[in-house]
Each structure stands twice: as C-alpha cells, then as structure tokens.
Write a new protein. Structure first.
Length: 450
C-alpha cells in the first residue's frame, strides 16, 4: 500500500520539484548529455555493450555525486581483486559526478546516469542493466529500486552507510513509511560501531548490519598514491607557471606558503580572502588557493575577489605566463582537488562556517596537510569530533578564531606536523574498510553470509 501511494503521487511530486531541479542542472551544465538515461532510455551502443556481459552479469553501483563516486570507484577496484572478471555499472545523479566517473573509471565500468525512481523507468533500467547485485553508496535508498531488486532476488547492499542524527530523527518519525524499504536491504556496512544500534532501531535486522569502518576514510593504498600522483600532477601543471627563462617572467612559485580553502560555499570565499589579506602583512609571500564546492560559481567568486582587490588567476590559466604572480588561484576544474591539496600549507574545510554540513577533511589529511574547520561539520560529526579530541584538527567558532588558528599554524611548522600526525592516527582506525566491505559483498553474492 505504501509503495502504491508512493507511485501514485510520484508524478505530482516530480512536477512540483521539476523547476528547481532543472534550474540546478542548467547552472551546473552538461545536463543535455545522455539525459534520456534518467528516464530509462538507452542508446543502441550502450545496450550492446551491456548485452556482451550476459554470462557475467554486472555489479550495479549507485553513487549520487563526486564524493560517493570516489567511494564507488575505490570499492569497485577492491571487488575486482576478489573477482577479477566482474563487470560493473556505475550510476550517478549529478553532472559533476558523471564527469568525474567518466574521467576516472576503467573500461570495465560502464558509467551511466541514475534512472528516476518511477516504476516504469526503473523497470526499463533493470531490464537493460540486469544486475547481479546492487551496491548503494552512503545514503540514497529508493523504494522502487529496492522493491525491484527484492522482486528479482537481487542482493541489495548499502555501503559506507551514513546516518546523521538529523536523518535518524527524521527516519524515526516516518518509520512507518521508510521501514519497509530499509528492511529490503540484505547488507548494511556501517562506518561506526554505534551505527549498528541506530540502524537496528529503524527496523533492520541486526544480522544484516556489519561494522566495516569508512571506505571514505580508509587510508589503505592512498599514502603512496596521493604522494606520487600529486607530485606528477603538480610538476606538470606548475612547470608552466614557473620562471620562463626566455621571457624572464616569474609565473607561479610553488615554494610560496599557501592558505587553501577547500570545497567552499557561498560567503566563505570572502571570509577566507579577507583573512588572507590581513595575514599577508605578517607573511608577505602567502598565496591563497580557493576550490569552490560548485565550480559553476567561479565567475561570481572571481568578481568578488577582484573587487577586494586581489589579482586572481584560474587554474586553467596557469599555463599562460604572467609578469606577476597572482594573489589568489581559483580552481575551475572538477576532480583534481585531492591532488591540489598537496600544495597547501594550511587547509580550511568549507561548508563549515556559513553553511551547515561540512566537507570531507580526509583528502587534505592524506596529503599530509593540517586542517581547520568551523562549527558546522554535521555530515562528519563523529570524525570531526574524534579529530578534535585527538588534536588532529582545529575547530573554530567564528572568523576571529579562524584567523588566529591559521596564523598560528602558518608560523609553527611543528604544530602543523603534530596536527597531521595525530589526524592520520585517527584515520588508521578505518584502515582496511574497503577490503572488509568488498569481502562481505562477495560473500553475500555467493550466498555464504546470510
């Protein structure tokens, strides 16, 4: 009955939310590409590629956006070590997630857009993909997708399960409606041990909930990868901005100390820029890097910064030699943030001052860079609290304390190293999470677990 009501009102809800949804897609760009896939419409070439793997049906991984896509790719690679011939389909909701997946996915992963959770659309998707199992990353559990998987006897897994206090409270209030969908999950891999009780309280059998740690925070294999990949990337990019001996132009000096604003949201760019301008009186060679969470805001941010005034250059412009070094470098590409963190001296984590939720602090920590964040880290509440309590990160509560923290770190190399060392010890608690989740998925698929 609940699912009948859901499908009955689904078209009405779509019409209600469609204008805002389309506006967001237009702002982010790229929405026309493969738009039909969202409606379960697939071209002949895609269907032909998927039909080639009929004997070995694919694992369908669903990831919403950039962060979830990185987790899905990491998990897929681990599954591949257990099942060397496994094909995968990776669906993503946002255009930025789709672009990142296309850029980084190996040939054995077919990248597609997520079909809308309307019953006719979802049934077309199932008949085209014909998955052997479905792996959902972090949060999105759609009723029709879950019901179709259950009806076809396809194992349904939620990995890196995230359940914030706010989400838990909302699910508890509407447990009558969401409980039946949650009970269709065959396996839930949770990030923290206390998450087991929270999912059980929502009606999921305890035997189906496994503590694995966080795939996102799992540092396994990232030490070498982050160092080697970042070094090559920065050498290639920054070499174009260094001294051009034939023209005598300074370009971008990679030796300058860098204040880095990572995944910033509206309002935070101006805050960090004004702090930078004041700190430059004490650290004259200081440079500012800003990576906005939404790259479509680059033009708006550049205008704000140049009005302060600051000389701003986009990362896509670094190859163009300039007679002066910029005050600020603004990242206008997607998918390169993890590598850019290696140039930072101090990193401010965005969406933690002027917006709620916070962004992922793990990537700069893996790049061995100290992190500072504001009071709003609700999406990473456990990790943020653990980092702060173990002196692996600094939490500030206002602009003044943010400036003091950055100034102290810029002037104290020992404090920076101590912060990074403590932070990496926290992340080591999640080491091996990817392998544990992959093993559980493989066992579930072979019928060994339940």
């Amino acid at each position: 009955m609940i699912r009948f009501i859901y499908n009955l009102f689904w078209p009405i809800g779509l019409l209600f939310f469609l204008p805002g949804y389309l506006m967001k897609m237009v702002r982010r760009g790229g929405y026309r590409e493969k738009f039909g896939q969202r409606l379960g419409i697939y071209d002949r070439d895609l269907r032909a590629r998927l039909s080639q793997s009929r004997e070995k049906r694919p694992t369908w991984l669903h990831a919403v956006s950039v962060g979830e896509v990185m987790i899905a790719l990491k998990l897929a690679q681990q599954l591949r070590t257990l099942e060397p011939d496994v094909p995968c389909v990776l669906t993503t909701t946002t255009t930025t997630g789709f672009a990142l997946a296309n850029k980084n996915a190996p040939p054995w992963i077919e990248v597609m857009y997520t079909p809308l959770d309307f019953l006719p659309v979802m049934r077309r998707a199932f008949s085209t993909i014909r998955p052997a199992r479905i792996v959902l990353v972090e949060a999105e559990i759609w009723p029709n997708l879950a019901a179709e998987a259950h009806a076809h006897g396809i194992p349904l897994v939620l990995v890196n399960a995230r359940l914030s206090p706010r989400s838990e409270g909302r699910f508890r209030r509407f447990r009558f409606f969401v409980g039946p969908t949650f009970r269709l999950l065959d396996l839930i891999c949770v990030q923290e041990r206390n998450d087991v009780d929270r999912w059980t309280a929502l009606g999921v059998e305890c035997s189906r909930i496994k503590y694995t740690g966080s795939i996102k925070y799992d540092p396994t294999g990232l030490d070498e990868e982050s160092g080697e990949v970042a070094a090559t990337f920065l050498r290639d990019v920054l070499s174009a901005g260094r001294m051009d001996s034939s023209r005598g132009e300074p370009g971008l000096n990679p030796e300058r100390p860098v204040l880095f604003g990572g995944s910033t949201h509206r309002g935070e760019e101006e805050i960090i820029a004004k702090i930078f301008m004041r700190l430059r009186q004490k650290f004259p060679s200081l440079c500012l890097f800003i990576a906005p969470r939404h790259v479509e805001r680059v033009r708006e941010i550049r205008a704000q910064l140049e009005a302060l005034p600051l000389q701003v250059r986009l990362t896509s412009e670094l190859a163009n030699h300039s007679k002066t070094e910029p005050d600020c470098v603004l990242l206008d590409t997607t998918g390169d943030l993890r590598r850019w963190y290696s140039i930072a001296t101090v990193v401010f984590i965005g969406k933690s001052m002027t917006a709620h939720g916070g962004q992922n602090p793990v990537e700069p920590i893996m790049a061995r860079r100290p992190v500072v964040f504001g009071p709003h880290m609700e999406n990473f509440v456990t990790l943020a609290g653990t980092l702060v309590s173990n002196e692996g990160a600094i939490r500030v509560h206002d602009v003044e304390s943010l400036e003091r923290a950055i100034e102290n770190l810029l002037g104290d190399v020992d404090a920076r190293h101590r912060l990074v060392r403590n932070a990496r010890e926290v992340l080591d608690q999640h080491r091996g999470a990817t392998a544990r989740a992959a093993a559980l998925i493989a066992d579930l698929h072979s019928g060994q677990m339940l």
